[in-house]
Write a protein that binds this ligand. Structure first.
Ligand code: V47
Length: 357
């Protein structure tokens, strides 16, 4: 399929096939790709670019898994391992300020904290911050919590929801292709299980995001396979809110790469995600991993969400992320406006809080 034919399909609002996606990945015509993705984004969200005032909280980096791409996790007792008490978590949450709308909470898979500890954490945060949305636990953590609790997935999710869980972040998806995933993270749940957990979350009334870790050992074929599997699940559940491609950072990891992903590849991947995931409302640029400048330019390549104020994220920093991991609302507004877009402050479930003219 030539790029010209794919362009006609996009124009007509037709779904792209895996072959179309692969042809686009192999093309170097970045500007045509950007224009197509922009057209698709414009149809969904007009000129709006969303952002949220949020805070990341990573209660512990202690993890029973040893993923080769992860610089964040530590074994219990290892140098640099930490675990926050509920009081530590509360103290950190209190520094977020009045305007925060979301706590994004993810951790390692801790070997001995009981399920009740996680319920307590949610209840405690919900009690003190009733208006802040708790977006917590990747599908990998949910699978682990179900095991600890000795409950089925649905019961686990419903208990967490009852305790205050509002939605799930999109982490832990990595890349679904089995041999690649086994090289990256042999102990982690499979791609099929990640999708199963997310499907259970959607059916329990919890929305989620989805991610894809790219720029390590995967191929373009693997990326397309990942996108198509997400699209198929979204057709069934419509529970995904945003898709976030995560650019791999290699420092302090077991995967040796001399450089980060290139700007060209980042923009291509974001644009392609917009084009392939025709049933996702939002494509998010996570500036902490992409850097502010590529994240801003991506607003002309199909992206409609710039996440977020964030505040001190640890996972990217551990792997050599170049940014300091937090941005003020005014800085975000500046980036969005300079790209000629309309900044829209949102909450986690994309209710508009303020359209910044
Ligand atoms: O699951 C781990 C990835 C994820 C590295 O849902 C790495 O709104 C790059 O999921 N280089 C956590 N990436 C971050 C995440 C996320 C971020 C922002 C918004 C949302 C959302 C979700 O980071 C992990 C893993 O896939 N990761 N190590 C690394 N060395």
């Amino acid at each position: 399929m030539t790029i010209e034919k794919i362009k006609n399909k996009v124009h007509a609002g037709q779904r792209l096939t895996a072959e179309d996606g692969l042809a686009l990945f192999k093309s170097h015509d970045l500007l045509t790709l950007g224009r197509m993705a922009s057209e698709a984004a414009q149809k969904k969200n007009g000129n709006k670019v969303y952002f949220v005032q949020n805070m990341h909280i990573n209660p512990t980096n202690i993890c029973v898994n040893r993923c080769t791409f992860c610089a964040f996790s530590k074994s219990k007792g290892e140098d640099g391992a930490y675990e926050m008490s509920l009081d530590d978590i509360l103290a950190r949450a209190r520094t977020a300020g009045e305007s925060v709308r979301e706590f994004h909470i993810v951790s390692g898979l801790h070997p001995d904290l009981p399920f009740e500890w996680y319920l307590d954490m949610l209840r405690t945060l919900r009690k003190e911050f009733p208006s802040v949305h708790l977006k917590a636990f990747t599908a990998v953590e949910i699978d682990y919590l179900a095991k600890i609790a000795g409950l089925g997935l649905r019961e686990t999710l419903l208990e967490l929801k009852e305790a205050g869980l509002g939605s799930l972040p999109g982490g832990g998806a990595e890349i679904f292709d089995t041999p690649t995933r086994n090289t990256l993270c042999a102990e982690k749940i499979s791609g099929a299980r990640w999708l199963e957990v997310i499907e259970a979350a959607h059916s329990a009334g919890l929305k989620s995001n989805a991610t894809m870790l790219y720029g390590h050992i995967e191929t373009y074929e693997h990326r397309i396979d990942h996108l198509v599997r997400l699209r198929e699940l979204q057709d069934r559940t419509n529970g995904f809110q945003a898709f976030i491609p995560l650019s791999f950072h290699s420092q302090n990891t077991e995967i040796k790469k001399s450089a980060y992903t290139t700007g060209f590849d980042d923009l291509k991947t974001l644009a392609l995600s917009r084009l392939m995931l025709d049933n996702f409302d939002h494509i998010k640029a996570y500036w902490v991993m992409l850097g502010e400048k590529i994240a801003q330019v991506s607003l002309s390549f199909g992206v409609d969400d710039l996440d977020g104020t964030v505040v001190e994220e640890r996972i990217t920093r551990a792997a050599g992320g170049a940014t300091d991991g937090s941005m003020t609302r005014d800085e975000l507004l500046h980036l969005i406006r300079q790209a000629g877009k309309t900044p829209v402050e949102r909450d986690t479930i994309y209710r508009e809080i303020k359209v910044w003219g």
